[in-house]
Design a protein. Structure first.
Length: 319
């Protein structure tokens, strides 16, 4: 996953914040967005004031999280939401309740696929039906901003979109728009144990994606060493050693289908997706697990998810 960061200045004037000095306003300015280098860092600390998920007919999901910084300011004057239409479009609106104005944008997702990406285009807000039903209809639409150019997005990309920024840059309202491509249908083949005669096992780490209890996780480091045994370590959870063949001490806890690896540990579920099939397309294999709760990564890796491959004997906990 990488993150695309766009500075998107709206040309509407929002209300002064109740805890800000007299005369200070969040005053967005018209300007062309800047494109920052991609990274995998989580959004900066702030107060989440809105959030919502939309799923398009194509199966693409868009998650919008609106974060206001700093946390101490009263942002209750803002409201809004997002909804999907039949035309593979997300309508996103923000309402300034104090000034009785609204502004927003459409996010149009074009055709594409997981490999080449999807063309995403920002457009003027075209529909507010269902988004403002709980507020007065006598709202004034703010002037249109200059929209960023179309972007090609892949699964897991995040657009950072500043809706409003104070003149000194200390106060801002930002949309974090997460793009999730449709998950491919898993193989319907019957699960069985993998053998050496079934061919090679390859873990394509480029663009590896991880879900924990159905939620996307970020900040993943990968270390590939010679060996066909995969492992993954989560902060404060130790390490999971995963194998397609049974071994002493391992339990059958999941499955490998095409490029997806799923396993369960207690009441928690995990899913890993690779950029290519792990052990053959259209096939399904039993997955065996050994949990090593005592595993501790080096200090520089303790706050992140770490994964890799190695020889089994090098991964087994020492007794």
């Amino acid at each position: 996953m990488f993150r695309i960061s766009l500075l998107f200045m709206l040309c509407a004037t929002a209300a002064a914040q109740t805890q800000a000095p007299v005369g200070r306003q969040i005053m967005p300015e018209r300007g062309w967005p800047r494109l920052f280098p991609p990274d995998i860092a989580a959004p900066p600390a702030g107060r989440q004031i809105m959030a919502g998920d939309c799923t398009l007919q194509s199966g693409i999901s868009i998650r919008v999280r609106t974060v206001a910084t700093p946390q101490g300011i009263d942002w209750s004057i803002l409201a809004g939401g997002a909804m999907a239409s039949e035309a593979n479009t997300i309508h996103r609106v923000t309402i300034d309740k104090r000034r009785a104005t609204y502004f927003g944008y459409d996010l149009l997702v074009g055709s594409g696929d997981a490999a080449s990406g999807y063309l995403v285009t920002f457009q003027p807000l075209s529909s507010t039906a269902g988004l403002m039903s709980r507020v007065s209809a006598n709202l004034i639409r703010a002037p249109e901003p200059r929209f960023p150019p179309p972007q090609v997005l892949h699964d897991g990309d995040v657009i950072e979109l500043d809706l409003m920024v104070s003149p000194d840059g200390t106060q801002r309202v930002t949309d974090y728009i997460e793009f999730l491509a449709p998950r491919p249908a898993p193989s319907a083949a019957e699960l069985r144990d993998f053998t050496l005669d079934d061919g090679p096992v390859t873990f394509h780490a480029e663009g590896i994606a991880v879900w924990v209890d159905g939620k996307r996780a970020y900040g993943i480091g990968f270390t590939g060493k010679p060996g066909a045994t995969f492992w993954i370590a989560f902060p404060n959870q130790g390490r999971y050693i995963l194998s397609l063949v049974p071994h002493e001490g391992f339990v059958k806890a999941g499955a490998v289908r095409d490029n997806a690896m799923q396993f369960q540990d207690g009441d928690r579920s995990y899913e890993l997706r690779f950029s290519a099939p792990v052990a053959g397309a259209g096939k399904a294999w039993n997955l065996y697990l050994l949990h090593d709760p005592a595993y501790t990564p080096n200090p520089a890796q303790r706050l992140f998810i770490n994964a890799g491959t190695d020889r089994l004997e090098k991964l087994l906990p020492k007794r």
